[in-house]
Design a protein around this ligand. Structure first.
Ligand SMILES: [Ca+2]
Length: 318
């Protein structure tokens, strides 16, 4: 019996029961920083972190090897589907007024706003079921690449205080992204807006707030109304390797692309900033011109596949 108990005790220690995060060796550092940066008292940090649970499923989800590097034709099939297009058109109808207001106020195409929300959460239907307090505490204290999440956990406390929300109730992704547009806490603090002016920025339940917050995010990251996002192009000769899928931030111009044989329609002026995108599609290799606005979409999620999916979904919603 004694041996069995010892074994059971060991099992409990190693798998299920972890001390709460107010007992973590780094708790004091966290609460000191939280007070210095946001004026939140250590007692508040202790109150909530005593309730935060370590989620091994979060550590597993985030450590999965970069979700396998998908080619475009695989990635595209996840996001450009008949169902996502049909529901996107419904979303555009249901929230026509809110989307028109956002487009007018921020200069961001309503189809792009809807596509972002469609890719992120299936138009708000899949916002994530993790308790953000648990997921961010787990990542902030127990994930090797912690600094990003350490910052986000502090911002989460600041957000809760500012918006008068109950930290223990907030749901989101395993990485702490929240609401229709999956804003992480620092983005929420900086870019969320109270569109319907009811005194709250509610990105979980209020589509007007969620829609304008996405538009504001794009505007603040430099979106230029009416400018070309991306265009398929032909090459008259193989393009230089160093131009293909170069950094996300454009360092070339449309004129420089033309000079190496990229056939680009006249609607893009020579001095426009440009990237040359290569994708592996079902029908073979495709090349695309990426404009400034394509880069802006990658500020939401740092991936050219993501930006292309948002763009193509937005076009399908027209
Ligand atoms: Ca509101």
């Amino acid at each position: 019996m004694r041996i069995l108990a010892a074994v059971l005790g060991l099992t409990l220690l190693s798998s299920g029961t972890h001390a709460a995060y107010d007992q973590h060796p780094k708790f004091d550092q966290f609460s000191q920083e939280l007070e210095a940066e946001y004026g939140i008292k250590p007692a508040t940090a202790r109150h909530w972190l005593a309730q935060a649970e370590r989620m091994d499923s979060v550590l597993e989800a985030i450590s999965r090897p970069a979700e396998r590097r998908l080619e475009w034709h695989e990635y595209r099939k996840i996001f450009i589907t008949d169902s996502r297009i049909r529901q996107g058109k419904e979303f555009l109808q249901t929230y026509a007024k809110e989307l028109a207001a956002a487009e007018q106020k921020y200069g961001v195409d309503r189809h792009v706003i809807a596509a972002v929300i469609g890719v992120e959460t299936y138009y708000g239907q899949r916002q994530g079921s993790y308790r953000v307090l648990d997921s961010l505490a787990t990542l902030a204290f127990d994930y090797p690449k912690r600094p990003l999440f350490w910052r986000e956990l502090k911002a989460f406390f600041a957000l809760a205080e500012k918006e008068q929300i109950d930290l223990a109730e907030v749901k989101g992704s395993y990485a702490g992204a929240m609401g229709y547009g999956q804003f992480i806490p620092t983005s929420f603090l900086s870019y969320a807006v109270d569109a319907d002016q009811d005194g709250k920025r509610d990105l979980w339940n209020n589509p007007a707030d969620a829609i304008e917050s996405v538009a504001n995010y794009f505007k603040r990251h430099g979106w230029r109304a009416g400018e070309t996002v991306t265009l398929p192009v032909e090459l008259s000769q193989p393009a230089p390797e160093n131009m293909i899928n170069d950094r996300l931030k454009p360092k070339w111009t449309a004129g420089e692309l033309r000079a190496v044989g990229v056939k680009l329609s006249a609607q893009v002026p020579d001095n426009a900033s440009a990237t040359l995108i290569q994708l592996e599609a079902d029908s073979g290799t495709e090349y695309w011109f990426g404009g400034h606005n394509f880069y802006v979409i990658t500020r939401y999620n740092h991936s050219r596949l993501y930006a292309m999916a948002v763009y193509q979904l937005s076009e399908a919603l027209r």
